[in-house]
Design a protein around this ligand. Structure first.
Ligand SMILES: Cc1ncc(COP(=O)(O)O)c(C=O)c1O
Length: 440
């Protein structure tokens, strides 16, 4: 399709334009694409359908957000925070980080292999490894950099092969794209398809099975023990991205490994930006693996190391987890309560009791309308449109944290019920996507 101004205006008036059209249509100039996109976006903002990119003003209980474009301020109940344990304002964490800033400044100002390592980095890496039961760990400046850098660093060889779930997060998919290993993608949590892919890939010499502990796109846990045992049957190393499991699963917050007493996890990666309330990511494994990544992972060698402040944050958060089990308990009680309330509404629940829930919406126009409905009703959820979701496969995601009160959950359930009556939200069942399309 060749898009010009008239065509863009016509499609907009018929509500037939989609964000994907700006990527894949023909335009003469890059700036045509960007200016028509701006025109489209301005129209959505004017009509009140731009519910993304909101400014947050910190508030202990009710959140205050501002529409970044219209500057309209709205008080909201936050069901979008992934600070699952609600400890990002914990006084011990804040106090210790303040002291670290005074001593170390804010930034590591350099890549780890140059001048970016302080004693706090070493302490945090050692503590994470000890906490999770591995020989060593390596820090990354973000969770995205961690997943990208771990896969890219380990799979940089055309003889290598990686088998991974179709729902894998874009940080993993991007790392795999940068590496030269052969890719084998299996249908989400389909053990037969997984075994087929493992058999096909078993001719390769350096083999990795990659899965998430909790899939963020759907909010489910794969059949992890069976997946690992199949991978081991065909001599694959196993890597888990436990971004949404660390701090959430397991009695003491050690994630998917603790929850299912897993034995054969070779590489365990997780992020600091969710339950830990910080910024960064880390990979735990044998020392030879972390040492290798220190020199062959692009985000480690070509990007500044995580801030020393977050290293102190890691030490503080692990201390908090060890001394205050109530945060994990409060989260788990909230999950139980929310699942009961959702079940009463006939919400199509996933099996796993995790704090992420997804409603597939599909059509982009419906997604905008549903997002605006929640926004207008002071509920903050995640609308996930293209390009974060596959084209035509947008979804609404909502999350729980340990600080959400029963009263907040009850209000949310009331609004969700009205939204379901109005938009038939639960008709499509659980999340289904076409293979190779997922990029969330
Ligand atoms: C499964 C998964 N891996 C990695 C990341 C990246 O983490 P960060 O936001 O800390 O960069 C995310 C973030 O949403 C995620 O869901």
């Amino acid at each position: 399709m060749v898009l010009d101004k008239n065509e863009v205006e016509k499609l907009m008036s018929e509500d037939k334009l989609d964000m994907a059209d700006f990527l894949f249509s023909d335009f003469d100039d890059i700036f045509d694409k960007t200016s028509y996109y701006s025109m489209y976006k301005d129209a959505l903002i004017k009509e009140g359908y731009w519910t993304w990119e909101r400014v947050h003003y910190p508030d202990k209980k009710w959140g205050l957000i501002e529409n970044i474009y219209t500057h309209q301020k709205t008080k909201v109940i936050n069901f979008s925070s992934m600070s699952y344990l609600g400890i990002n304002f914990h006084p011990i964490l804040i106090e210790r980080c303040k002291k670290a800033i005074e001593k170390y400044g804010l930034s590591s100002t350099s890549a780890a292999m140059l001048d970016g390592i302080t004693d706090l980095h070493l302490k945090a890496e050692a503590r994470l490894a000890e906490f999770l039961g591995f020989e060593d760990s390596i820090l990354f400046s973000s969770g995205y950099a961690c997943m990208l850098g771990t896969t890219q660093g380990l799979l940089l060889n055309p003889k290598a092969a990686v088998v991974y779930d179709e729902y894998s997060h874009s940080s993993l998919q991007d790392g795999i794209k940068l590496a030269s290993a052969r890719r084998y993608i299996y249908k989400h949590n389909d053990l037969n398809d997984l075994e087929q892919k493992l058999i096909q890939a078993s001719k390769h010499s350096q083999k990795l099975l990659l899965t998430e502990g909790v899939f963020s796109i759907v909010g489910d846990i794969p059949e992890i023990a069976k997946i690992i045992s199949l991978a081991k049957k065909y001599n694959f190393r196993v890597m888990i991205d436990d971004a949404h499991g660390i701090g959430v699963l397991g009695k003491t917050g050690k994630g998917i490994i603790e929850e299912f007493s897993l034995k054969d996890v070779d590489i365990y990666s997780a992020v600091l930006s969710k339950a830990f309330g910080l910024t960064g990511g880390f990979t735990c494994s044998k020392k030879s693996v972390t040492d290798f990544l220190r020199l062959y992972s692009n985000p480690v060698i070509a990007s500044s190391n995580v801030s020393p402040v977050f290293c102190e944050g890691i030490l503080a958060v692990i201390d908090i987890l060890e001394s205050e089990p109530n945060h994990i308990k409060d989260l788990s009680n909230n999950i139980v309560y929310m699942r009961k309330m959702l079940a009463d509404l006939n919400f199509p629940l996933e099996k796993a009791a995790v704090p992420i829930f997804c409603i597939p919406i599909g059509d982009a126009t419906k997604l905008r309308k549903v997002s605006r409905f929640f926004y207008d009703n002071s509920i903050l959820i995640h609308p996930i449109p293209y390009p974060r979701a596959p084209k035509g496969r947008g979804c609404i995601r909502f999350c729980l944290n340990a600080n959400n009160t029963k009263e907040e959950i009850d209000i949310f359930i009331q609004i969700l019920k009205i939204a379901n009556d109005k938009f038939s939200l639960f008709n499509d069942g659980l999340f289904q996507v076409d293979r190779d399309e997922v990029h969330v």
